[in-house]
Design a protein around this ligand. Structure first.
Ligand code: ADP
Ligand code: TRP
Length: 323
């Protein structure tokens, strides 16, 4: 049995890229075989960016509702809010004291913003040590993440090994599980879908808003209606392929390539696939967003189970340190 752990920041309502690229694969992995999984909402990490309490809280609910709407079974997985297990901040402090400042200056999370140092808070600087604490606090074996998080995983392994070396065996040294890039979801402009690029598709949106967004913002070329079109190079078809069945995707490609089927038709079919294909998830998401007590209860249950694992590990660390 392997213990899998991963976190997702609460920076907004998850978009199609987050859902297909991170949330759905993490749920599949969590439910697979006899894996034991810890999945959490990294709201302490979000605090490095977001300073409004109500925004932070709303984002956490939206992320929790998205995971549950996509079928996460909270009896099988320990599902919790990072800030509910305050033990993690204590461990992060210890790890900070065992990690060289010089190395932290190399973290992309900080380096990418270091040209505007006046905007960098100390929390952002030590972000990788909080992430290391997230992982080491639960003796995780495997951490599924996107490629962009690989460096943070290396720092986690590094700080765990340094601590073990200085203080004696204390931490399990975790391994990363890098998600294949095959699931890189394009945004409406064809670039990687990302909140920061403003090119997202939000499947929880109202269908009429989704329709407007798709018609207005998904880029297409100017090939006239009757002419054959390049399906594989088009954003509409690439997105359709991700959400429709294989045979429907094949059928759309053939229609585009044979002419007489315009981008407007393709967008209409994409919209239908998004609206109908995720109808159940959309309904469940909104049902949960209107039932905060249910979300609170799920997260409280997870926090209690998480704490029961975290406390003995933290105790182990304290005694090694000499506290
Ligand atoms: P964003 O770029 O929108 O801010 P995050 O960086 O918060 O998204 O990503 C959260 C998770 O979703 C990460 O695990 C990331 O790898 C995954 N993810 C984000 N965008 C995409 C995408 N376009 N395709 C596949 N996975 C994605
Ligand atoms: N930094 C991760 C991201 O932005 C989120 C995260 C926080 C995380 N703590 C973690 C991921 C621990 C895996 C394990 O995607």
């Amino acid at each position: 049995m392997a213990r899998i752990l991963t976190g997702i920041q609460s920076t907004g309502t998850p978009h199609l890229g987050n859902l297909l690229g991170a949330i759905r694969p993490a749920i599949e992995l969590a439910h697979k075989d006899d894996n034991e999984s810890f999945l959490f909402i990294a709201d302490l990490h979000s605090l490095t960016q977001i300073k409004g309490g109500s925004e932070l809280r709303e984002n956490t609910y939206a992320v929790a509702a998205a995971w549950l709407a996509f079928g996460l079974d909270t009896n099988r997985s320990v599902f919790y809010r990072q800030s509910d297990v305050a033990e993690v901040t204590e461990l992060a402090w210890y790890l900070n004291c065992f990690y060289p400042y010089q190395r932290l200056t190399l973290a992309h999370s900080f380096k990418d913003k270091s040209d505007r140092l006046e905007d960098v808070n100390s929390g952002l600087f030590s972000y990788p040590m909080l992430m290391a604490a997230d992982i080491l606090l639960y003796d995780a074996d495997y951490v599924p993440v996107g490629k962009d998080q690989l460096q943070h995983l290396e720092m986690t392994r590094d700080v765990a090994s340094r601590f073990n070396h200085k203080m004696g065996e204390t931490f399990m040294v975790p391994k990363e599980l890098i998600r294949a890039e095959t699931q890189l979801i394009p945004g409406v402009d064809g670039e990687k879908m990302s909140k920061s690029k403003g090119n997202t598709i939000n499947i929880f949106d109202d269908p009429s808003a989704l329709k407007k967004h798709i018609n207005k913002n998904i880029v297409t070329d100017a090939t006239p209606l009757d002419e054959p079109k390049d399906a594989t190079g088009s954003v509409v078809w690439q997105l359709y392929k991700l959400v429709a069945s294989e045979s429907d995707a094949q059928a759309m490609a053939e229609k585009l390539q044979s002419g007489g089927y315009g981008w407007g038709h393709a967008k209409k079919d994409l919209l239908a696939a998004l609206v109908d294909g995720f109808a159940q998830e959309r309904d469940e998401f909104h049902r949960l967003m209107n039932d905060r007590s249910m979300l609170d209860a799920e997260l409280a249950k997870g926090a209690e189970r998480a704490r029961a694992v975290a406390q003995p590990v933290l105790q182990r660390v304290r005694s090694k340190i000499g506290f």
